[in-house]
Ligand binder design. Structure first.
Ligand code: WQD
Length: 357
């Protein structure tokens, strides 16, 4: 059987590069499209080394460019798309909402329109547990209500989920003649994966997270503090109503997360979907506090981290973790790496980019 081709938009970034590796390991052909707005070639080069594949097609392009996206779909026979190409800094999105709405919505609309125009497609959208907001009904299932987004970034995730749902619904109800541009053709099916907190790096330490400037997220801040790029980690709040007073999150290993994408793509391509639009939580199902994570990092890597407790960060939810049963049962996928293994991989990657090991 001919190999299926998966387009990975944003494939040179943190999550996209790990997903590209796992797709290739699973026997798919991959086309990577990226405008390099938030990364350099480090991870794509790493992907080539890990997979031993020097011939992975790379398209330097912005998915907000309608003509270029149409052209791309004309040049490759794309069987499925995984759409990562989006901005993701919560704080920046509050300051620059138009930039976020324009980029995150336009790029997705272009991908959907081109997919339909070229015979229909299976679309995997990279969504976020941020759509659940603050809730005391934990763990959250896919049926848990979404709540008003607290940032334009979070809102773009909700809106893109809704766009995908509506496009799929219209495709099933009316065919695609009325569902897209003039050359509308094929049907659309899709899956939204709601990620919890992706952390860590590939065990090879050849790909990982490359934050620009001061990291917003916890684990890159920890590793940068450990290596001496940052003087001290601030732990935001130790007076939350949790066992140790710090927030609880569901930290999901990046390779496990990448494997969930392969399971979801295979489900779409092998005709195993139960509905045309499906949603899955991608997490471990285990809550871990900020203090626990810091302690685990120190222990597994045998070092002491400079940290202090400071005020709460505005906008943080107290606790969120996933009910993973649906993903476990339907995708046949389960998070496997321990948080210690993941934190060891994050540290190995930080040392790799610092040129230490
Ligand atoms: C985790 C915990 C912080 C930094 C965000 C987005 C989400 C998703 C992932 C993005 C919290 C605490 C953090 C620090 C700290 N999307 N913390 N000191 O906020 O759960 O989720 O990132 O790409 O949509 O909202 O992740 O890593 O920022 O924070 O104490 O320097 O670590 O307060 O409790 P978050 P995070």
């Amino acid at each position: 059987m001919a190999k299926k081709t998966v387009l990975v938009s944003g494939g040179a970034g943190y999550i996209g590069s790990h997903v590209t590796v796992e797709l290739i390991n699973a026997g798919y052909d991959v086309v990577v499209a990226d405008n390099m707005s938030n990364c350099d070639m480090t991870c794509f080069e790493g992907v080539k080394k890990i997979t031993g594949r020097d011939d992975i097609p790379f398209e330097l392009m912005d998915c907000c460019d309608t003509a270029k996206v149409q052209d791309l779909f004309g040049r490759y026979k794309i069987d499925a798309v995984i759409h990562f190409a989006a901005f993701k800094a919560v704080g920046e999105s509050v300051a620059q909402p138009i930039k976020y709405y324009r980029n995150n919505l336009d790029s997705f609309l272009n991908i959907l329109d081109a997919s339909i125009a070229h015979g229909g497609c299976n679309v995997l959208f990279s969504s976020s547990a941020t759509v659940y907001g603050e809730t005391d009904k934990l763990p959250v299932t896919e049926e848990s209500p979404r709540q008003s987004a607290t940032s334009p970034y979070g809102n773009t995730k909700q809106i893109c989920e809704d766009i995908l749902r509506d496009v799929i619904k219209a495709s099933a109800a009316y065919g695609t003649e009325v569902n897209a541009g003039a050359s509308a053709q094929g049907p659309v099916k899709g899956i939204a994966l709601r990620y919890f907190n992706p952390i860590g790096a590939h065990p090879s330490a050849l790909i990982g997270e490359l934050p620009r400037g001061v990291p917003n997220n916890l684990v890159p801040f920890i590793t940068q503090t450990a290596i001496g790029k940052r003087a001290c980690l601030s732990i935001f709040g130790n007076d939350y109503p949790t066992p140790d007073g710090t927030c609880l999150r569901d930290y999901i290993d990046i390779v496990d997360l990448a494997k969930a994408h392969v399971a979801a793509v295979s489900r779409m391509l092998d005709g195993k979907m139960k509905k045309d639009y499906e949603i899955f939580n991608v997490g471990t199902g285990r809550p871990v506090s900020v203090s626990e994570l810091v302690n685990a990092f120190e222990k597994v890597n045998g070092l002491k981290l400079n940290y202090k407790y400071v005020d709460r960060r505005p906008g943080d939810v107290v606790a969120i973790w996933a009910d993973t049963r649906l993903a476990n049962e339907e995708l046949g996928w389960k998070a496997e790496r321990t948080v210690e293994e993941t934190l060891a991989s994050a540290w190995a990657w930080e040392k790799h980019i610092a040129g230490i090991e």
